[in-house]
Design a protein around this ligand. Structure first.
Ligand SMILES: *Cc1c(COP(=O)(O)O)cnc(C)c1O
Length: 359
């Protein structure tokens, strides 16, 4: 009944997690009610919150001088919250443009502060990350923002920039996909619906010295200081999203943690890129080798008609979520932690058979 799901977000959840959600839906932990129907200030829910935070700290080895906040509004809310909390109207912030999400972040920041565009992938047609030697960093930037994994363009930094200003990273589509050294960052943020849950929740890992009183015009729910002081429950949080994320953290731990997922994700991506590259141009991905995303693999076929046919036949064969982003077209295969190797292996078999049928 369930199909192989390559959606970019909302994306596939592990079967075991869905089973647990089903089993607990009517009676969560003997409460006689579901997790959606009890107070977010009840002891049971507060325990869930504390455990979820500890699991995040364990999975990513988050140092003590970082706060772990759970906020509403997804990645887009953070596009605004970050400049609002950290920069005033007279400050300068650095952004690098490597694709659609970094541009979205940048245009939001422009409403609150002065954005310096450090470099743009436009020159390469967004097929590569501009090399750091070409960047025009501002000497007094309050922070430097980048998007390690461009979910739509399929372009990734496979390295961490080294800059003087605090590093702010939108890890919406890559957090928990591999180990990271949190201490290299000022802020890491990620919406849950790509790699660790469902929409409505955004994880913000922030170095404590960056949590300061925000200007008065900043909405309370977006102020890091208020969220931290209230243990992320200043207002009613998206309790179900939070619950699903808590199950995902446990599942990731059981599976062997982010180190294990890094290996699996690399294998899945290698297999898929190899299949594309060995198709004699039938399937094409034009991203530079060093900037290829291991989580979102976009590719094209010769014509939009052939792409449409590919998607139609793939759907009928049990592969869903392959249609590229509406701004981009083509095909996109998203292979987050919850997508097993078998899904990719079977998709590759389908791709080979589809290609053969065209001759
Ligand atoms: C999906 C995505 C977003 C947007 O997240 P929302 O939760 O929809 O606001 C932002 N950044 C990246 C890298 C994404 O993949």
């Amino acid at each position: 009944m369930r199909k192989w799901n390559f959606n970019a977000g909302p994306a596939a959840l592990p079967f075991e997690v869905l089973e647990q959600i089903r089993d607990e839906l009517f009676d969560w932990q003997g409460q006689g009610a579901s997790v959606m129907e009890i107070s977010h200030r009840s002891e049971a829910f507060l325990t869930l919150l504390r455990t979820a935070e500890q699991d995040v700290r364990d999975l990513l080895k988050v140092p003590d001088n970082y706060a772990v906040l759970f906020m509403s509004g997804g990645g887009n809310a953070q596009f605004a919250a970050i400049p609002m909390n950290l920069a005033g109207p007279d400050d300068v912030v650095d952004y690098i443009d490597t694709g659609i999400w970094s541009r979205r972040a940048m245009s939001e920041a422009k409403r609150y502060t002065n954005v310096n565009l450090v470099a743009s992938g436009a020159e390469s047609g967004y097929t590569d990350v501009p090399s750091q030697s070409q960047w025009k960093l501002s000497p007094n930037a309050v922070y430097f923002h980048y998007t390690p994994n461009e979910t739509i363009d399929g372009v990734a930094f496979n390295w961490v920039p080294y800059v003087k200003a605090p590093l702010v990273a939108d890890m919406t589509s890559c957090l928990f996909s591999q180990p990271i050294d949190v201490s290299q960052f000022g802020i890491i943020y990620a919406g849950a619906q790509k790699n660790f849950g469902i929409a409505g929740l955004c994880l913000v890992i922030i170095r404590r010295d960056l949590i300061k009183a925000a200007p008065d015009y900043v909405p309370s729910v977006l102020q890091y200081q208020i969220q931290e002081a209230n243990a992320s429950v200043y207002s009613t949080p998206p309790v179900f999203s939070w619950y699903v994320a808590s199950l995902m953290f446990k599942w990731m731990k059981q599976q062997g943690g982010v180190e294990k997922f890094a290996l699996q994700n690399q294998c899945k991506a290698n297999d898929l890129y190899q299949a594309i590259d060995e198709s004699n141009g039938f399937y094409r991905n034009s991203i530079a080798d060093s900037a290829r995303s291991i989580l979102n693999v976009p590719f094209r076929l010769a014509t939009p008609e052939l792409e449409y046919q590919f998607i139609t036949e793939a759907t009928a064969a049990g592969f869903i979520g392959l249609k590229g982003h509406r701004l981009q077209g083509g095909i996109r295969v998203s292979i987050y932690n919850a997508v097993p190797q078998q899904a990719v292996t079977e998709l590759i078999q389908f791709m080979r058979a589809f290609q053969q049928r065209q001759h």
